[in-house]
Design a protein around this ligand. Structure first.
Ligand SMILES: N[C@@H]1[C@@H](O)[C@H](O)[C@@H](COP(=O)(O)O)O[C@@H]1O
Length: 328
């Protein structure tokens, strides 16, 4: 698993948006072979969606051959309600990009048979060949999608009762009134997310620092369902400095050092890394704006490799590395 730490929300959004853009562009999707992307709702991905929309407007990215599956939806909330995840994704992403309507998959929280709707969703994912990249967010208790504490780590798309903590956390979107928050939701399962060929979780804010620490420093545990990412061969978490509050200093230094080495191998240590080193020394200086091409080269090098910290994978980044068995 990789942990990428950026200074603040904007830098996290920049990083993830560039990463998604690079992954889609490298994949060279076509009608026959679309890029399948899993998407979260919530405030965490909004900055990323804004940037993806801008990439589309400036012609750097196209969603024409991208198929999406959103993570979750409230039960019983009309689709046109401003807080349905359907409305959310249209507002923040779909209306701004060139995605084809038939390529958008959203769970229907008003389906007459909710169990059947969940089965249909799982089958639709299988039909397109599985999810290439699942973007995700978490709740303060470490739930991924709506997989509340205690959810099976082998769970599939299903109906879930929301935890009281989640209802309170989400009441900020319902005029602060707990009674207005739906108590049930449809959600992809933990295993649905972990089946994706790659998983990238955005975690921002001090209120999620305990969850991040549990996810990174403790074992895989159903009480913090995002921790299942530890078992994923290409798991990536992108967080901001505030979210690292509960991590051990040595954990933060470790992941920063991995990134430092990684970046120096691809020759960008004087750019984005400068900020990392400064902040590791306690400097309050912000990371200077990186050139887009540098971020692109960094993000693409991540996507070409397994995201675990195995030395062999990192070393494969060396430009002059002689491949095993190649003529020398
Ligand atoms: N079910 C959603 C999750 O999919 C989302 O990741 C989480 C975090 O939301 P935010 O990013 O607004 O903190 O909220 C809800 O509980």
């Amino acid at each position: 698993m990789r942990l990428v730490i950026r200074q603040d929300y904007d830098e996290v959004s920049d990083w993830v948006a560039h990463y998604v853009k690079e992954r889609i562009n490298q994949f060279q999707p076509s009608e026959e072979r679309p890029f399948v992307l899993g998407l979260p709702s919530g405030s965490s991905p909004v900055g990323c969606y804004e940037r993806l929309s801008n990439f589309c407007k400036s012609g750097q990215l196209s969603f024409k051959h991208v198929v999406t599956f959103s993570m979750d939806e409230y039960v019983g909330l009309p689709r046109e309600h401003s807080q349905s995840y359907y409305s959310f994704l249209w507002k923040h992403l779909y209306q701004h990009v060139d995605i084809l309507k038939e390529n958008i998959n959203i769970l229907d929280g008003n389906a007459p048979d909710l169990d059947e709707e969940c089965r249909r969703y799982e089958a639709a994912i299988v039909k397109v060949g599985g999810i290439e990249l699942f973007l995700g967010g978490i709740g303060p208790d470490g739930h991924i999608a709506f997989n509340e504490p205690g959810s099976s780590l082998t769970s599939r798309t299903r109906v879930k009762t929301l935890a009281y903590e989640t209802i309170i956390a989400n009441s900020r979107f319902f005029d602060g009134e707990v009674s207005k928050v739906p108590k049930l939701a449809l959600t992809v399962g933990v295993a649905t997310v972990m089946d994706a060929r790659e998983v990238c979780i955005i975690i921002v804010g001090a209120h999620k620092s305990v969850a991040l620490a549990k996810c990174v420093e403790e074992g895989v545990n159903h009480m913090c369902t995002v921790s299942a990412i530890q078992l994923h061969p290409k798991g990536l978490i992108v967080c901001d400095e505030d979210t690292t509050l509960e991590l051990h200093v040595k954990t933060v230094k470790y992941f920063k050092s991995i990134e430092h080495v990684h970046q120096s191998l691809i020759g960008t240590e004087n750019l984005s890394l400068q900020g990392q080193v400064l902040s590791a020394k306690g400097s309050t200086s912000r990371i200077t704006k990186r050139r887009e091409s540098d971020i692109n080269s960094l993000t693409s090098s991540y996507s070409n490799n397994s995201n675990d910290n195995d030395k062999g994978d990192d070393m494969d980044q060396r430009p002059n590395k002689k491949k095993k068995g190649s003529v020398q």
